[in-house]
Design a protein around this ligand. Sequence first.
Ligand code: SAM
Ligand code: SF4
Length: 332
Amino acid sequence: MSKPILIDGFNRKIDYLRMSVTDRCDFRCVYCMAEDMTFLPRAHILSLEELYQLAETFVALGTRKIRLTGGEPLIRAGIVDLCKRIATLPGLRELCMTTNGSQLNRLAQPLFDAGLKRLNISLDSLDPQRFKELTRTGDLAQVIDGIDAARAAGFQRIKLNCVMMKGRNDHEVNDIVAFAIARQLDVSFIEEMPLGIISEHNRAESFCSSAELRTAIAQRYTLLDSAESSQGPSRYWRLAEAPDIRLGFISPHSHNFCGACNRVRLTVEGRLLLCLGNEHSVDLKAILRAHPNQPEKLEQALYAAMKIKPYQHNFEVNNDVQVVRFMNMTGG
Ligand code: SAM
Ligand code: SF4
């Protein structure tokens, strides 16, 4: 007999897990990390086997979609094998990944063959120098090669994630749209979120709203409002000039999407975060390590966690950091 699925205190079915497989990264994007980061010691992070066991338990309790993220998931050794194991869990419909693309030239085909279904690839600029400035260490040509390798490997509906910042890369919005049209990629334009303390820029000054971006896009293209939804924070639009691709706008400062929230996040330290913008969490690693080979203990913890999932987050557009976690710790 199958087990009861995960339902939170607001009667929302929780069937989407975002799993961070590392806090480390080969980039240092200015909105995501400080230049000088201290990463977790090995003993504090979940092993590949523990990540798998957690995925297995979630899927047994109704999780239908898992997104692997980080940090940069593709710099975790053994990631392809982990994908292969998770992809075959009975009941899982979609295994996806968010990546900065730097390793895709080498890994796109093995990942596709392992059963990874969907890729979101971050790309904030098409200017090599600006790309370097925003990522601090990234190489644009390598990422574009990675995107092309993913298309060649057979990935469908690849999505670009673009964090747009005023005075930094917002003027590139239409170049990014043209790039996406030429390669048949979807795009999510993401408003910067106040996660972690950074000194490189003032988040309030660099904030660029989705509405401003749409005004800029409308100067070159015809935007068509679309009722499509992914149950997430994106609002989708299509372009009359390229109806096959979708443009999503993620506005975390609006609360519109919280009511239909279906997701939770797992940090690589094994902490289950119940809401991106709140600190409510449960230490699943402690349970896993205290009760090895007793999945029922984890299951009990997951049912109990559902009761403390908050209704909504509370981001504000000012520089007061409400959530001290960096995005690489959160599992974006
Ligand atoms: N390293 C991978 C990547 O960059 O795609 C996966 C992890 S990254 C934390 C996931 C997504 O979060 C990326 O698209 C990144 O642009 C976004 N992100 C990071 N920090 C953010 C912030 N403060 N506000 C909004 N988006 C952020
Ligand atoms: Fe690394 Fe992704 Fe954060 Fe950039 S956004 S520093 S690529 S984890």
